[in-house]
Design a protein around this ligand. Structure first.
Ligand code: PGA
Length: 214
C-alpha cells in the first residue's frame, strides 16, 4: 500500500473548490490498495465529506489547535475536526516559518490529535523528538517545498532513515516537496511509503496521475 496526501494549502475559494470536486468526481479511478488522503482548507471539509461519500478516500485537516477547547477565538480543535476528518497534518514548514509554530505547539497538537483519535502526519526536515502516536512522518526539505526543485529520491530516503532514529513512532514515511506525476515513482522505488503533494494537488488530472503512478 502506498499513500498520497494532497495538501491544498490556502489557494482555492468556494467556486474553485466546487469545480475541483466536480472534476475529481468525474475523473477519479481507484488503484489497488493505495490510500488517498485529501487535506482541503478546513472550511471545506464538510463539503468534501458530503461530496466524496461514496469514494474510497480519506480526509485530513491541514492543522488543528494546540488547545483542547475553550476561549481561543478562531481556533479549530481536534474534537471539531474529528467529526469530518480522520487525519491531520501537523508541523508543516509553512506554519513553522510564517506562523511561528513552535516545537511546544507541535507537541501539544500531537497530544490533542491523539486524544481525539485523529491520525497524525508529522512534517519535519530535521531530527526532532516528540511524544505520542504518529501515523506518518513526512520528510519535507525546505529547498524542495513549492520550489519545483525536488530533492533526489535516494538522498531523501537516506535522510528519512536518519529521521526515524529520533522519531521512532511513525508507521509510514512520506516524501514531500515538488512531487509531480513524472517523479513520484522515484520516491516509491527509493523506499518511501508515499508522498505529500502541494501545488500539484490543485490540478485534478495531475493529482490523479500522481496517484496512479505512485
Ligand atoms: P509542493 O508542497 O508539492 O508544492 O512542493 C509540498 C508541501 O508543502 O507539503
Amino acid at each position: 500500500m502506498k499513500i498520497l496526501v494532497a495538501n491544498f494549502k490556502a489557494e482555492l475559494n468556494l467556486s474553485q473548490i466546487s469545480k475541483w470536486l466536480a472534476d475529481f468526481k468525474s475523473q477519479f479511478r481507484y488503484k489497488g490498495s493505495n490510500q488517498l488522503i485529501l487535506c482541503p482548507p478546513a472550511i471545506y471539509l464538510s463539503l468534501f465529506k458530503a461530496e466524496l461519500t461514496n469514494l474510497p478516500i480519506f480526509l485530513g485537516s491541514q492543522d488543528i489547535s494546540q488547545f483542547e477547547a475553550g476561549k481561543f477565538t478562531g481556533e479549530l480543535t481536534a474534537k471539531m475536526v474529528k467529526d469530518y476528518a480522520d487525519y491531520v497534518l501537523i508541523g508543516h514548514s509553512e506554519r513553522r516559518r510564517y506562523l511561528a509554530e513552535s516545537k511546544e505547539a507541535i507537541q501539544s497538537k500531537i497530544t490533542q490529535a491523539n486524544l481525539q483519535g485523529l491520525k497524525v502526519i508529522l512534517c519535519v526536515e530535521n531530527p526532532e523528538v516528540y511524544q505520542g502516536q504518529l501515523f506518518a512522518l513526512a520528510y519535507e526539505p525546505l529547498s524542495a517545498i513549492g520550489t519545483g526543485v525536488p530533492e533526489d529520491s535516494r538522498d531523501s530516503f537516506t535522510k528519512v532513515q536518519n529521521l526515524k532514529k529520533s522519531i521512532t513512532q511513525a508507521n509510514f514515511c512520506l516524501y514531500g516537496g515538488s512531487v509531480n506525476s513524472q517523479n513520484v515513482n522515484d520516491y516509491s522505488k527509493a523506499g518511501f511509503d508515499g508522498v505529500l503533494v502541494g501545488a500539484k494537488s490543485l490540478n485534478v488530472s495531475e493529482l490523479i496521475q500522481i496517484f496512479l503512478n505512485l
